[in-house]
Design a protein around this ligand. Structure first.
Ligand code: NAD
Length: 486
């Protein structure tokens, strides 16, 4: 296969600095390639997906090692589960369904427009830009790319500078498996990110913080580039009185401590029925001891990504403590936090108030604040008084209470009686709402996000629409009376 190999930095563009020019030149190269083949055949798209799968399989160990080094300790099994397995699963799912997703869809046609007919074409948009964060650096760069490639687009990726080893590896793996005008990587920090999102892409996906997402939306709006914003926020767990606290604590702690809480859909805080706090703490302690028997030294536990985030989390705890909260260390003693290795001990924060920063900012770490409520209505009111969350979790066995919460809260997605798993459902859309994001992807929803769904009306040789032509008169009036009936 004749592939022009190389990374973004090999592309030059006259009259501009190398850093700013390379992404723009890349975009132009990708757009030119797209215009040469605007609707790639299923076989072409499948070949790209097959190469991506091959790339993942061949580099599994390297991916695990690079992410582990970037975090200074990231569970290999959690990388396998959340990155390697999910990316490979998304590729296989797209390859299995590609032909069906690409098929034009016949739409209904109203009686008065027969014998014409309506068809919906799903057409590639062109070049899709993707900006991704550090917390799941492989998943959050490649899963959007899979949807965009399946839909027939060219793709430019800008991964995070906080995982430099993985981002370098990604650029290298992709340069080996793809032509630069098919799929390519632009490396760099926030400055490169800023220049990247100012490019006139045909669609832009941004996964990251709500704060940066706002700036990205502004930059994209200047070019009227459509955006998918996958942002963060505070995802609540609502525990019903009908729930088994032991089961809840184990499931919440498992989800919270996965990647040491550095997950966009991690349970951010838990809303407990008042009086259940002690039982919840005791069950959480037991669950943590079972999952991580050596506390922060367990090989399955993950470090905080960098010193800044470690200090940010400590500052959240200091602020809560100063304002009267109780911090319960779930492993305690000599197995507590270790700043040198950026390992933070799991903790629960009791006695929180709305004035504490920990109840205002996304936690993004292994610390779980508790809000105690006397009634379900109070719990719903607490959630609804805050920006719409990316995820919401509900635990209990009372179906009426569950449906009440489902009907009276709005969130990006929901898992009932567990946490996080709605994210893994390839046949369901994933995305936020309001401050937690705009748009959605995964599976067919991603395919649709990265396609123009173009309606085409086929006029028939035999058609009644000529009856509506001028000059208007009695015939027109009669037709108007008739159309009111249909
Ligand atoms: P971030 O917003 O700091 O950075 C994300 C990416 O944006 C990085 O590649 C960065 O280089 C780039 N960037 C930074 N400033 C930019 C600018 N001004 N213009 C354009 N690009 C810029 O986010 P992060 O710290 O890497 O990730 C953590 C956040 O991401 C959390 O808030 C988390 O909830 C959220 N997140 C959301 C999802 C989701 O699917 N909704 C998934 C993972 C993480």
């Amino acid at each position: 296969m004749n592939r022009a190999q190389g990374t973004a930095t090999t592309v030059s563009f006259e009259g501009q600095s190398a850093e700013a020019a390379a992404p723009r030149a890349l975009l132009e190269a990708q757009r030119a390639a797209f215009l040469d083949d605007m609707t790639p055949a299923a076989g072409v798209r499948d070949d790209r997906l097959r190469r991506l799968l091959g790339m993942m399989r061949a580099n599994e160990e390297k991916i695990i090692t690079a992410i582990d080094a970037d975090f200074g300790g990231r569970s290999a099994q959690q990388t396998l589960l959340a990155e390697v397995m999910m990316v490979a699963g998304a590729i296989r799912h797209a390859r299995r369904n590609l032909a069906r997703w690409m098929r034009p869809i016949t739409l209904p046609t109203a009686l008065r427009y027969r014998f014409g007919s309506n068809t919906l074409f799903r057409q590639p948009l062109g070049v899709v830009g993707i900006v991704s964060p550090w917390n799941y650096p492989c998943n959050l760069s490649l899963v959007p790319a899979i949807g965009a490639i399946a839909a027939g687009n060219r793709v430019m990726l800008k991964p995070s500078e906080l995982t430099p080893r993985f981002s370098e590896l990604l650029a290298q793996m992709i340069a080996e498996a793809f032509k630069v005008d098919e799929l390519s990587v632009v490396l760099g920090g926030a400055d490169v990110g800023r220049a990247f999102v100012e490019l006139p892409f045909d669609h832009l996906v941004f996964t990251g913080s709500t704060e940066v997402g706002r700036k990205v939306a502004e930059a994209a709006a200047r070019n009227l580039v459509p955006v998918t914003l996958e942002l963060g926020g505070k995802s609540p767990v609502i525990v019903d009185g009908s729930a088994d606290i032991g089961v809840v604590a184990a499931k919440v702690m498992n989800a919270k401590l996965f990647n040491a809480g550095q997950t966009c859909i991690a349970p951010d805080y838990v809303v407990l029925p008042r009086g259940e706090e002690d039982a919840f703490v005791a069950a959480s302690r037991r669950a943590v001891a079972r999952f991580y028997p050596k506390g922060i030294d367990s090989p399955d536990y993950t470090s905080i990504i960098n010193e800044r985030h470690y200090q940010r989390l400590q500052a959240l705890l200091d602020d809560a403590r100063a304002k009267g909260a109780t911090i319960v260390d779930l492993v305690g003693g000599e197995r507590g936090s270790d700043p040198g290795r950026k390992r933070m001990a799991p903790a629960i924060v009791l006695g929180t108030t709305a004035a504490m920063r920990i109840m205002q900012e996304e936690v993004f770490g292994p610390v779980l604040p508790v809000v105690s409520c006397a009634t379900r209505a109070e719990a719903i009111q607490y959630v609804n008084a805050r920006p719409r969350p990316l995820a919401l979790y509900w635990f209990g066995s009372d179906g009426k209470a569950r449906d009440d919460v489902l009907r009276n809260t709005i969130s990006g997605g929901v898992t009932i009686n567990d946490c996080i798993w709605h994210f893994a459902q390839e046949d369901a859309p994933f995305g936020g709402v309001g401050a937690s994001g705009t748009g959605a992807y995964h599976g067919e929803y991603g395919f649709r996000t990265f396609s123009k769904e173009k309606p085409v009306f086929y006029q028939s040789r035999v058609s009644g629409v000529g009856l509506f032509n001028p000059p208007y008169g009695a015939r027109f009036d009669w037709l108007m009376r008739l159309t009111k009936r249909f």
